[in-house]
Design a protein around this ligand. Structure first.
Ligand SMILES: Nc1ncnc2c1ncn2[C@@H]1O[C@H](COP(=O)(O)OP(=O)(O)OP(=O)(O)O)[C@@H](O)[C@H]1O
Ligand SMILES: [Mg+2]
Length: 181
């Protein structure tokens, strides 16, 4: 029987494997931008500008940041700007909320905070959602990292005070670059 790698090379040897995975899980960042939102209206303004870009309708966007940072708030402003009416619920429990956009196309808002079992992924048909065209917005993507495709854009929300947010934008694909242009 093959011994475990740890048994062959005790101690730090296992760490030698890590750089390969680190390299694979960090694709090149093609472009970055940092925004400072002094209040929620600045968040709404950015959402409106992004919604006006045709490339958005096929984009996959990751939203990172601590609890209460403003991820769902941003998604609400974005979906409103895309013409969604009625209640826009946080998908904290449902994991996914789907939308039909009045201008054509679809959007899916995910919150993977409570996501635990990859079987849930298949059972809920998430793979099909990601394979199909449409806007995908993913809160807490780290909780389902291995199952998610490379996003076009990553937004990382930092909280400065009650109202102020610093948002780092990273484009990971040409579509992401187009969204930041
Ligand atoms: N500049 C701002 N941009 C966005 N939200 C803001 C801003 N200033 C204050 N807020 C408030 O911060 C709160 C953000 O809550 P939200 O539910 O959007 O956070 P979240 O990042 O989705 O958290 P969770 O990880 O729990 O899902 C809202 O009450 C919103 O009104
Ligand atoms: Mg949220």
């Amino acid at each position: 029987m093959r011994p475990a790698p740890q048994a062959l090379q005790p101690g730090g040897a296992v760490r030698l494997w890590q750089p390969r995975f680190v390299t694979l899980s960090h694709p090149p960042i093609l472009e970055t931008r940092t925004l400072r939102w002094p209040d929620e209206s600045a968040c709404a303004q950015f959402a409106q500008a992004l919604a006006a870009r045709p490339a958005l309708r096929e984009a996959t966007i990751e939203l990172r940041g601590e609890l209460g940072a403003g991820k769902t708030t941003f998604v609400r402003h974005l979906l409103r700007a895309l013409g969604v009416e009625g209640r826009i619920k946080s998908p904290t429990y449902a994991v996914m909320e789907p939308y039909t956009l009045p201008g054509g196309g679809t959007a899916a808002h995910f919150d993977f905070y409570r996501f635990e079992d990859p079987r849930e992924w298949l059972d809920a048909g998430f793979r099909d959602v990601f394979a199909a065209p449409g806007l995908k917005l993913c809160e807490w993507p780290d909780k389902a990292a291995a199952l998610l495709p490379l996003p076009d854009l990553r937004l990382a929300f930092g909280v400065l005070d009650d109202q102020t947010r610093v948002v780092q934008l990273e484009a990971l694909t040409p579509r992401g670059v187009a969204l930041l242009a």
